[in-house]
Design a protein around this ligand. Structure first.
Ligand SMILES: Nc1nc(=O)c2c([nH]1)NC[C@@H]1CN(c3ccc(C(=O)N[C@@H](CCC(=O)O)C(=O)O)cc3)CN21
Ligand SMILES: CC(C)C(=O)C(=O)O
Ligand SMILES: [Mg+2]
Length: 275
């Protein structure tokens, strides 16, 4: 069944938890989509897991479009959401609409995601007005890593918690159809989820959210640069891959691979003439 802005919002009303995972290419998107995921995020985390950057700051709109195009070709049912990268929407409302438009038009995404609350309400309103669905993202917003002084849990103090609640209400009012809560204390995330009509998608925000999102490399044990507390390993795929690579290398060395079943035949009378 095709997931849309309507079905995603319906899931909150029916208390049917929303599942979301990242994907950055065709084959992985196809695997995840065929498993029955509701939403696929082409995250700017691709800066870390695909491109090997230290953070998401250097990721470009071109990078996001390139990966979105690959993902969209592999997806049948999931709603594809693409992150707007750093500096593609912060400087002006004009930038925000033009870049969101490119991500939808050239990339094929069904929605865009922007980091920020009250500060980017004008951008959210303008993008939504251009008929592009918006997912908001508040709490630990990784594009602000230098402003935060590192990746830290957000909303622990009363003042920060109040601000987060205001941010959540502001993005809902601005027209975002759902909101990602990243690294927010579970009880605060639950309170926010209960005070909004739009669904909340948590990452490090506890079980009280209306849905969950993870980077697939993290849940498959394929990324080792850092391991946030919110990551759960759902399979040692990184280990399985490494073992398979070792086996391949050994079989090539030992002349076990390729076997006869992997070879192509040619008629003897043809090959004899070539000797
Ligand atoms: N592979 C990957 N997974 C992610 O979840 C992710 C990315 N990359 N890239 C972009 C951002 C960066 N993210 C991160 C990165 C590190 C922490 C982290 O180390 N958090 C500390 C919190 C420390 C505290 O304040 O208590 C932790 O120990 O969980 C959290 C989110 C989330 N996003
Ligand atoms: C971690 C999720 C929410 C994200 O923004 C990303 O993958 O870039
Ligand atoms: Mg992101």
């Amino acid at each position: 069944m095709k997931n849309t802005i309507t079905t995603i919002q319906e899931q909150k009303r029916k208390k049917d938890k929303i599942s979301m995972l990242t994907a950055y290419d065709y084959s992985m998107a196809k695997l995840i989509d065929s498993a029955g995921i509701n939403m696929i995020l082409v995250g700017d985390s691709l800066g870390n897991v695909m491109l090997g950057y230290e953070n998401t700051i250097a990721v470009t709109v071109e990078d996001m479009i390139y990966h979105t195009k690959s993902v969209v070709r592999g997806v049948k049912d999931a709603m594809v959401v693409t992150d707007m990268p750093f500096m593609s929407y912060q400087a002006s409302v004009y930038d925000a609409v033009v870049n969101a438009g490119r991500i939808m038009k050239e990339g094929g995404a069904a929605a865009v995601k922007l980091e920020g609350g009250i500060d980017i309400v004008p951008q959210i309103k303008a993008i939504v007005k251009a008929s592009i669905p918006v997912v908001a993202h508040i709490g630990l917003t990784p594009q602000s890593v230098h402003a935060f002084g590192g990746y830290k849990v957000q909303g622990k103090e009363e003042k920060d918690a109040k601000r987060l609640i205001e941010d959540a209400k502001a993005v809902e009012e601005a027209g975002a159809f759902c909101v990602v809560l990243e690294c927010v204390p579970a009880k605060l995330a639950k309170l926010i989820s209960e005070s909004l009509t739009i669904p909340t998608i948590g990452i490090g925000a506890g079980a009280g959210c209306d849905g969950q999102v993870l980077v697939y490399h993290d849940m498959l044990g394929m990324f080792s640069d850092y391991k946030p507390k919110f990551v759960k390993n759902f399979g040692d795929v990184g280990k399985v891959m490494k073992e398979a690579f070792h086996k391949y290398i050994q079989e090539v060395k030992d002349e076990v691979f390729p076997g006869a079943e992997h070879e192509y035949a040619i008629a003897d009378e043809v090959i004899d003439k070539l000797y």
